[in-house]
Design a protein around this ligand. Sequence first.
Ligand code: PLP
Length: 481
Amino acid sequence: MENNGYAISKYPDVDEVYRRLNILVSQPIRPLRRDKMQDVLNYFDQKCAKSKMLNDEARQIIPGGVQHNQAFNYPFPIAIEKAEGYQLWDVDGNRYIDFLQAGGPTVLGSNYKPVREKVIEMLQSCGPVTGLFHEYELKLAELVRRFMPANEMFRMLGSGTESVMAAIRAARAYTKHKKIIKVGGAYHGWSDQMVYGLHIPGTGRLEAKGIPYGSTWNTQEFFPNSVSSLRRQLVLNRILGGTAAVIVEPLGPESGTRPVPYDFNQKVRDLCDEFGALLIFDEVVTGFRMGMGGAQGYFGIKPDLTIFGKCITGGYPMAGGVGGRTEVIMRFAAGIGGTGEHAYIGGTLSANPLSCVAGYHALLEMDRTNAAVIAGRAGDRLTSGLQAIIEKYNLPFVTYNTGSIVHLETSGVMLLDFRNPIRLAKELKPRKHMIEEMGAAYMANGLVTLAGSRVYTSMADSDEVIDEALERFEFVLSNVG
Ligand SMILES: Cc1ncc(COP(=O)(O)O)c(C=O)c1O
């Protein structure tokens, strides 16, 4: 289970992770002591006055005052002014260690100079967009195929969400089947058909406000890791007209918040082959963060279609794309050379020169510097340090990592599901609020995390940075009641 050139040095013992997570959710929550939480709120009041002022104004014009789901909202969002490597500075001059890394794309660290310089050169020569072909589109597509050969052809789009929409359309056009099966709790963007079983398995249309029933009619979910339910669904779908595709996040829903056993993806591949469905790997997070070969290289699986996002432009705008088998991707080809079975997609700014040059040089730099592996080692160091802190203070919290994706579960909210609806209804709010508090506490101690429970490391995280971060984590965790 060890694999050179990849961020994961040792695949987590998934049974053991679930054992510990189940213990965590079976116990009452252990939030910060109330006096310590007051200190956290005081930090925001006293040290983040300008952020607060900006947010008060933003609330008048921006719904909720914040435009990004991952921006930390509690008690109010911090406005960032400067980003460099592993560090962020807010508008009040406070410094943070950045473990959000924009939600994953910046494996090289934020605002990485060699890529920035190439982007500036492009802006000076060509500007951000012309609407016509640019050589960097070709260069980036070739690079994607070189690192992940299952992507015989590649079409660039504006986001992961768009790319999932496109892949589903191509899969349906190719197989002539309609049903799409996803894993409950997984996130594949916010298109009408994918806001289904979001975040919490078994919740189906719970979040589908504003989405007509017809849009999710052909979307189905199965419980994480339940290969037998997937098989049952595929059998049933034979009668219902067939399955176009099974889409998975290869590390498990929400970047492995519910981790998958090492052989899960192979089992899904086998079932797809048996039932004539396409396998779509959503590598929006794993693509290049796990290594240049992505999750498909790490697990040794050949998906029919791959979704790209985030890293594909190294953190620059318009990050999306679909790669895969020629005969499927050719469904996107219009005009001369098209298949006549055109699956319509588009986008005025898709594959613009700025995004392509950024992506091309970011991938080259990641390959040259071995960024994914270095970030993965930082993730290992952080995880073992966090584990030592958890043991030192005898906390029920759970930490594990797949390379540079580090999970730190303190409330276990993500482990609730619809199989126990009474507990879900009772515990969702307090467990969710606890991670909001934890996220705020990390922030007040100079640590930016993803929603208080996930950490993305980058190549910029040296041993010294991780050790500094661990001191800060220890301070917060030592204040748990
Ligand atoms: C696994 C996965 N798929 C799809 C998406 C959607 O990508 P985007 O935000 O670019 O639309 C995300 C975003 O975080 C993701 O994590």
